[in-house]
Design a binder for this molecule. Structure first.
Ligand code: HEC
Ligand code: HEC
Length: 184
């Protein structure tokens, strides 16, 4: 399985590059954070009013503010069906992942919610929150690829057998705060 895409690996573009550029964009990262709080804006700041995934346990749903079909505008809560964060049990963290780590995670059923490549393809094409991310309304930058172009890149990655980029040589890293230390 390695030989066919060796040529691609040797040229600088890796089939996962364009997929990673979308997944690591604030529109996706803001709901797939490393900590307990969703993130906001193009700068991915922690959500205002101390909103974290724990508010659901206290009886407030994200959809109290993020109502489906609500009018959209700068600073207003964005709206898409099933607006919520991944669960604490299966947090699906994208924030702070390298493309290599993200790729390994995305194709591992134990860490992606048990999804086959077909189910992943479905999710990328039709999940209402993914669809929203590509037309996020005023005041929010969409990801660097259009949704159709992203689906092409994703399909190409699937067709090639989900190859993952190699991790860049390691410099000891101590930068990302542990999830528990993130500001709430
Ligand atoms: C409003 C929050 C939100 C946004 C924005 C969002 N996601 Fe998600 N995503 C979720 C939730 C919640 C789940 C957990 C599964 C579920 O509830 O359907 C999830 C799951 C996933 C999964 C795993 C598949 C699964 O069903 O377990 C992938 C892959 C994914 N999202 C990709 C993306 C990409 C790519 C973007 C941006 C283009 C994005 N997400 C934007 C909330 C979001
Ligand atoms: C009290 C109302 C309120 C509640 C509750 C709330 N939000 Fe928000 N949320 C907002 C507002 C308002 C914005 C827009 C802020 C801005 O863009 O300046 C926002 C923005 C966001 C964004 C940023 C989207 C982007 O990419 O720019 C995400 C992600 C988000 N909320 C997720 C959640 C999640 C997940 C929950 C539930 C755990 C939740 N919110 C609960 C009001 C709320």
């Amino acid at each position: 399985m390695v030989a066919p895409f060796l040529a691609l690996v040797l040229s600088q573009a890796h089939p996962f590059d364009d997929v990673a550029r979308v997944l690591l964009h604030p529109r996706c990262v803001n709901c797939h954070p490393a900590g307990e709080a969703p993130l906001q804006t193009d700068a991915s700041r922690p959500h205002h009013q101390h909103v974290t995934r724990r508010i659901e346990a206290l009886g407030t749903h994200c959809t109290a503010c993020h109502r489906p079909n609500a009018p959209q505008g700068v600073g207003l809560p964005p709206s898409a069906a099933e607006w919520k964060m991944p669960s604490a049990e299966l947090p699906l963290v994208f924030e702070g992942r390298s493309p290599a780590q993200l790729c390994d995670q995305l194709k591992d059923p134990a860490r992606n919610g048990g999804l086959s490549p077909e189910a992943l393809r479905e999710h990328m094409a039709h999940d209402p929150r993914v669809v929203w991310s590509f037309s996020p309304g005023p005041g929010r930058t969409p990801p660097p690829l259009t949704h159709p172009r992203f689906l092409e890149a994703f399909e190409a990655w699937l067709q090639q057998g989900q190859p993952c980029p190699k991790e860049a040589p390691k410099v000891p890293k101590s930068k990302a705060p542990a999830p528990a230390e993130r500001p709430r």
